[in-house]
Structure formats: C-alpha cells, structure tokens
Design a protein around this ligand. Sequence first.
Ligand code: BES
Ligand code: MN
Ligand code: ZN
Length: 500
Amino acid sequence: MKITVKKGNALEQKTSCLVLGVFAGKYKNEQLSQINQQLGGALDRATRSKEFTGGKGETLLLHGGSQAFAERILLLGLGKESLFSLRSLRQVTSSAVKLLAEKQLGSFLLALPQLPIKKTDFGERIQTIVEGVLLADYRYDRYLPKDKPGKPAVLDHVELLISANASTATAKAAIEAAEAIGSGVCFARDLVNAPGNLKSPEYLAMQAVAMAEQVGIKAKLLDRRELERQGFGAMLGVAQGSEREPYLIVLEYQGGIEAEQPIALVGKGVTFDAGGISLKPAEKMDEMKMDMGGAAAVLGTMKAAAEMRLTINLVAVVPVVENMPSGTAIRPGDILTSLSGKTIEVLNTDAEGRLILADALTYVARYQPSVVIDLATLTGACIVALGNHAAAVLGNHSGLIRQLLKAGERSDERFWQLPLWEEYSELIKSDFADVKNTGGRAAGTITAAAFLQAFADKYKWAHLDIAGMAWAEQGKAGQPKGGTGFGVRALIEYLRGATK
Ligand code: BES
Ligand code: MN
Ligand code: ZN
C-alpha cells in the first residue's frame, strides 16, 4: 500500500472517495455548505432527519454529483470539538478505513490532517492518522480461504490532504515513523494470533531471528544445553513439562555510540500456558496462546526501532517456553535454583511467567543496561484490577515510571501505576527457599511484581503487566478480535523520548 501526501482544495481533488471530518453540530461551514450545494442539498436533508449530526462515530457516505470532483464523499462524525484528541483521531480514521475497505474501496483521500487538536503538532497528527490506517488494515488470515466472500479490499493508495503551508518533509517523516510502528504492531499481532500448534518456542525463536535479519540487527539464541550450562534453573523448570525445546532470544540493536549503555527490554514468552500440573480450567484456555504477548511486544518494538533507526542502543531478552502438564513437569512444592543463585519454592506451577522472567532479568544485568523494562501477560489479577483498558506499571524507579506513564498517555496505550511498597515483599518469603512464586490471593499483580523485583535489583527497572491488553476478546475498528500488539506504540514513544 502507498501512503502519500497532497496539497490543495479538498473539493477539487479527483478521488474515488474524499473523507471529511465533521464536528458535532458543525455542518454549516464553508466547505460543507459547498458540498451541500454540489449535492443538491443532500447534507441538509441528512442533518434535518438526524441521520448525520457529526456525533462521534457517525458516518454518511454520499455519492458525488456531476459537479463534484470526488466520486464519493464520506462524512465522518468527530463528536464535540473540545473533546477531540489524538485518541479520537486514530479511532475515527480506523472506522473510516474499515468502512471503505468493506465497501471494496482501496483508494481514497483523507482530509483529516488539518483537524485542530490542542497541544499536538502536525507531525504527531499525521503519525496518528497513518497508524489509524495501518491498524485498521490488519487481519490474521493465514488459515482462511483466499476467496472468502465479504473480504475487505486490500488497501492500494491512501492519500493525505495537507494544507498549502504545511511541511511536506515533516509529513513524510511522520508517515515513515508510523509505517515502522505499524509494521512492529502487526508483526506482534501475527505472533500472538499464531495458534499454539504452530507456535512452538522454536517457531517464535525462528521468527525473531528472521525479523532481526530483515531489519539488520544482531540475534543470538541460547538453547537448552546452553541454558543448562549457564544455570537457568527457573526457566528450565517451566520448560521441563513440555516436549518442546526452550530458547532464550537475545537481540541487540546499536543505533547509538558503542559506549552508550543500552535500554533493555524483556518479554514473557510462554507460547502456551496450560498451567502445568496446576492445570487451568478448560474455559478460555484457548486464549493462553497469547501468553507470549510480552515477547511479541518486545520483538515488535525492536523491529520498529530498527526500521526507524532510533539513535539509541537496545537489547531485548526474551525467554520462550511452553507450560504443560506431564510426567516430567515441575510439581507444586518443587524448589528451583535460579540463574541468580536464589532459590524459588514453586507453590503453583501456573505462576510460571515470573519464573522465566526471573532468569531473564538476571541475565540482562550483564549488559549493564541504563534501564530495564519488562512486559508480561503476568496475572489474571491485573484484569480484575484494571480490566481491558490499561496495563499495570510497577517498578523500583519513580522517574522511569513517570516517563512510561507519559509515553502511554501520548500513544494511547495506557498504564496505571500500582504500589510496590516493601511490605508486599513479605508476602513472597518462603519457609524453604529464598522466595516462593505465589503470594496468596490478595494483591496478585503486586506480589508478582514483588517477586520480579527480587531479581531486578541491579538496575532501574519497570514492569508492565499487560494481561488485560494483549488480547482483544471483541474486535473494533483498528483492532480486530485477537492479538493487539499492545506495548509497541508506547515503548516506541518512550524510546523516542530517550533519544532527545
Ligand atoms: N498467563 C497467566 C496470566 C493471565 C491470565 C494472562 C489471564 C492473561 C489472561 C499467568 O501465567 C497465570 O496463570 N497467573 C496466575 C498466577 C497465580 C497462580 C498466582 C493467575 O493469574 O491466576
Ligand atoms: Mn500461568
Ligand atoms: Zn502465564
């Protein structure tokens, strides 16, 4: 698909469809009056009958008359002007794209970049629009017939109309950034949507290596033998219940000078979480193929960062295993010796994410990272606390948490901080080992983070629990049912902040 910019008068552009935004109740401006006139009063009639009032999410598709340049005009309700935000801009763009693609229109002109939004710049608005386009264009159709009826059109050419005095260079840079981010998000979504039979730890490792090769970053895999040699006891404990081989994926991107300490990203990669001997109930167990959503976000972010050539150094550490019940699986009560040397009493084999992350967080210290951010679909408790509208953020450095909260806000991948006071660490003390892997029913997201903190004591660290965000149970425009790629946009926003 091509995304290009164009300057000129919206009403004088040849296109199969012109998409125009309309704020609630504001359909009487000069441009819209002109359209109304060209179309013989069609807009008047639609607003009088309240078919279209500019309310958020409303659409009105009109066919251009003989006087119009555009074959069609799609009016897009934006809601109240004072409430319009980048979040709304991304959403309405996605709704428009979805609607047009379903109508088999693959080329159109978006006259949305000029819309006013407080405290935003032109480049940001362009980036948001293009993200809205690319996220709406995504579907996972690997296992669907090519000629499925009702399939939306493949997007061919999307044009953005910018005002005569706007900078084409800024627009082009923003489009490129959004394309990199979009490719990172869609890569992550593909990985999450892949079913468990296809998605072995080895498959995920191979996907990571292929991606690294494609964008020109260094990749290294530690296999079982190497993990044993180095003493990844916690990670190997989880892996031992599965017939499939575990891997530690390590990616290095050098966009800064060599001496600069890297930012480290760590992602939970459980390709399927059956719970192990502490087996999960059957209901919704299928969704546990998404338990590598953290890994996907980290890999998607590495892809986007490399494509954007961010001027920073990055390292990604992604432990990948499958959590299965079997005769070789770990039992409740088992005690594992982690890479750090700390011993862990496994009270529940379904609390496996923190086990593999413990070793990954220990391993990453050897890179002497300036900060470490881990992402994980770690606890059901996080969904109880925040639902599907925010990820939890916790950590040992308030400045880092503040930066992440801000990046989440700007990218519309929202985080909410939970406390990590030292009292919570009492709850994971074990009678038989240094720590235990569950802290009881209360504050499940926090005690999971308190467990991780015991292995993240050598650097600034933040943990993002994305359990409620990695998978969309219900689809909407810009986000079909399934993997979301959550985290890529926020992390890129954070990383771009770190380059300034
Ligand atoms: N992968 C799950 C957490 C999860 C649940 C993610 C639902 C997304 C949706 C994790 O491995 C897990 O099973 N956590 C347990 C921990 C408990 C045993 C202490 C949980 O949340 O129930
Ligand atoms: Mn689990
Ligand atoms: Zn899990």
